[in-house]
Design a protein around this ligand. Structure first.
Ligand code: PXP
Length: 256
């Protein structure tokens, strides 16, 4: 018996300070959609993520439905007991969908139809009036709102003004930084994670994270969650999704 069991603690309960791993399964649907059929099914991916020790599922219902589609949402939500984090643009259409499905969390992201992926953070500071009613309606429905922002003081301040309990830092600039800039990017994310916590906001991070670059991010003690997708699905081609999620989980745990 372990000490935690002896104390009557559930051994599967997350330890305080544990960094959660949300797995973005969108690109399973991207592959499915390439042929227009039902295979590979993102629901099966959700089940594998749960088995592999993922803490949550993330999906981005894009305006153009290029990966996850409306009918996938309910099936993914029902497939496992894992919390669902719905990434969504700040539009009336997406708000209605979120209110209908009531995911555990909604992460508001900027969305441009022609972009390949979410290329930058949301301008929460510049879009206060657009975002305020959306954040309020999601929060009133009991959905935990997160804002996908560039790690900058003015965006954290904007999240505070909007009453968002969570921010997710876009780690794209860190992931793509050259040797000369990577340390500064990391410091910026660490400083902004500390600033967020100081102001009562839970910081998450994601975008472009890989086995090679995840550990310095995972070592930032204030971060509560990482959301990782494209790399894990890509690695799954070579080693299987369960193994890719497990390996990421191990790297994150080692870094803490
Ligand atoms: N977090 C958010 C808010 C995202 O929009 C995405 C996808 O761009 C991710 C995390 C995951 O990024 P990636 O697929 O590069 O791991």
């Amino acid at each position: 018996m372990t000490l935690r069991q002896a104390r009557g603690e559930r051994v599967d309960a997350p330890k305080p300070g544990r960094l959660r791993l949300g797995v973005n399964i969108d690109h399973v649907a991207t592959i499915r959609n390439a042929r227009g059929g039902a295979h590979p099914d993102p629901v099966r991916a959700a089940e594998v993520v749960a088995r592999a020790g993922g803490d949550g599922l993330t999906v981005h219902l894009r305006e153009d439905r290029r990966h996850i589609r409306d009918e996938d949402l309910e099936r993914i939500q029902a497939a496992t007991g894992l919390p669902l984090n719905l990434e969504m643009a700040a539009t009336d259409e997406m708000l209605e969908i979120a209110l209908r499905h009531r995911p555990h969390a909604a992460c508001i992201v900027p969305e441009r139809r022609e972009e390949r992926t979410t290329e930058g953070g949301l301008d929460a500071a510049g879009q206060h009036n657009r975002l305020a009613p959306i954040v309020a309606r999601l929060s009133d429905a009991g959905i935990r709102v997160s804002l996908f922002i560039t790690p900058e003081p003015r965006q954290i301040e904007a999240a505070m003004k909007l009453g968002a309990p969570v921010v997710e830092f876009h780690t794209g600039e860190y992931a793509h930084a050259g040797d000369a800039e990577v340390a500064a990017e990391l410091t910026r994310i660490a400083d902004m994670a500390a600033l967020a916590v100081k102001n009562g906001i839970e910081p998450h991070a994601g975008h472009g994270l890989t086995y090679e670059n995840v550990q310095p991010i995972a070592a930032i003690p204030q971060l509560a969650e990482l959301n990782i997708g494209h790399y894990l699905i890509g690695e799954a081609i070579f080693c299987g999704l369960e193994a890719s999620v497990r390996k990421m989980r191990t790297l994150m745990d080692e870094a803490r």
